[in-house]
Write a protein that binds this ligand. Structure first.
Ligand code: HEC
Ligand code: HEC
Length: 315
């Protein structure tokens, strides 16, 4: 009797509960951020539906990629190295040359870029409007149909959630002196003083969002003029947006062209730039002659950079 009652009443209930628990469908998507996340990982925004934002901004590598230049649709390759999209909330400009002023504005570029997703924004919006699933989600969350503006809005909203705060360095800064090694502590001093890194990589995310030329432009083998392409000011030749350094250990290779494979190479470059690049043009006087760091200083500086890693996002 009791057994029958259980089967009659509780079993159906249990099944319903189990079904809702394993239901990963859209009932769980309730916020702009969650909708933005779904779109960030959905190849629907690329012309041949093969590439999503996450194809290049891979969460495993702090939302960057592991190659100097990444593949977009049709095996085309990007002209610059993929930057992380973590810790972008407080940036003042976007792209290596700063050509986008907001994350919302930025989000449209990769969709239309012929070597990235190669889809006219009107076509992207039409595609979303042809999907019952997306029409319902946009209606539920934004109370309107998918549009260029609300597509940009939700992608940006998701990106703004990708903030790093739990690094060993953050714990150290809050008073846990055991959170980073002695070497990393010495490295912080090298970063601030002997290495002058802090002159450009300052603030909570280790960038002041300025444009600087550290010597990776010589109009020979290094031809990307960076900020100049956007402003056409002679004085901007070879300047790039100073990248933040949170999670930098996960985002190799480095620089706008991915020319350095390891952090050690980056440090060797800053120490003796002339060993890597000849006849650089318009170089910032701070970095021009190199910092001539000792082996110990280099190791300590690398230990410090490694302490800026928050792996909690990488899944
Ligand atoms: C094919 C690879 C690729 C795809 C796909 C891609 N990106 Fe990017 N992303 C890049 C590259 C390369 C850059 C740097 C380009 C530059 O600075 O000129 C970049 C830069 C960015 C930046 C600027 C970060 C900063 O700090 O300046 C953001 C934000 C961004 N992408 C978001 C997105 C979003 C959102 C999508 C999907 C709609 C997307 N990306 C799709 C390669 C890609
Ligand atoms: C004059 C300003 C300036 C100084 C000083 C400086 N940097 Fe940079 N840093 C930049 C700029 C600008 C870039 C991007 C350059 C490019 O791609 O051409 C950069 C790039 C980097 C990158 C690559 C990040 C990435 O995501 O690709 C690392 C790592 C780095 N710097 C660390 C350091 C360290 C360590 C020091 C001190 C030894 C230092 N920087 C000193 C301006 C500076």
């Amino acid at each position: 009797m009791v057994k029958k009652l259980f089967i009659a009443l509780f079993l159906p209930l249990l099944l319903v509960l189990l079904a809702t628990k394993t239901d990963t469908s859209n009932t769980q998507i309730r916020t702009k951020e969650q909708l933005g996340k779904k779109l960030f990982f959905d190849p629907i925004l690329s012309s041949d539906q093969s590439i999503s934002c996450a194809s290049c901004h891979n969460p495993k590598f702090a939302f960057a990629d592991t190659v100097a230049f990444s593949k977009g649709v049709g095996n085309n390759i990007t002209t610059r190295n993929v930057p992380t999209v973590m810790n972008v909330l407080y940036r003042e400009v976007y792209f290596w040359d700063g050509r986008a002023k907001t994350l919302e504005e930025q989000a449209i570029f990769p969709i239309e870029n012929p070597v990235e997703m190669n889809l006219k924004i009107e076509d992207a919006v039409a595609r979303l409007n042809a999907s019952t699933e997306y029409v319902q989600l946009f209606k539920k969350i934004l109370h309107s149909k998918p549009s260029k503006n609300n597509l940009a809005e939700v992608l940006a909203a998701y990106e703004k959630t990708l903030e790093t705060s739990a690094t060993p360095f953050d714990k150290f800064a809050k008073g846990d002196s055991a959170a980073i090694s002695e070497s990393a502590k010495r490295g912080q001093l090298v970063f601030n003083f002997q290495g002058h890194c802090f002159d450009c990589h300052f603030g909570p995310d280790f960038t002041g969002d300025e444009f600087k030329n550290i010597g990776l432009y010589n109009e020979k083998e290094l031809v990307d003029a960076g900020r100049y392409n956007h402003t056409k000011l002679e004085s901007d030749k070879g300047k790039f947006k100073v990248p933040g350094l949170r999670n930098v250990a996960l985002t190799a290779p480095y620089m706008h062209n991915g020319m350095f494979r390891t952090l050690r190479e980056v440090i060797d470059y800053y120490s003796t730039p002339s060993k890597f690049v000849q006849n650089a043009i318009n170089v910032d006087s701070i970095t021009a002659n190199g910092f001539n760091l000792t082996e110990q200083e280099k190791q300590d500086l690398e230990a410090f950079l490694l302490a800026l890693t928050d792996s909690s996002f990488t899944k």
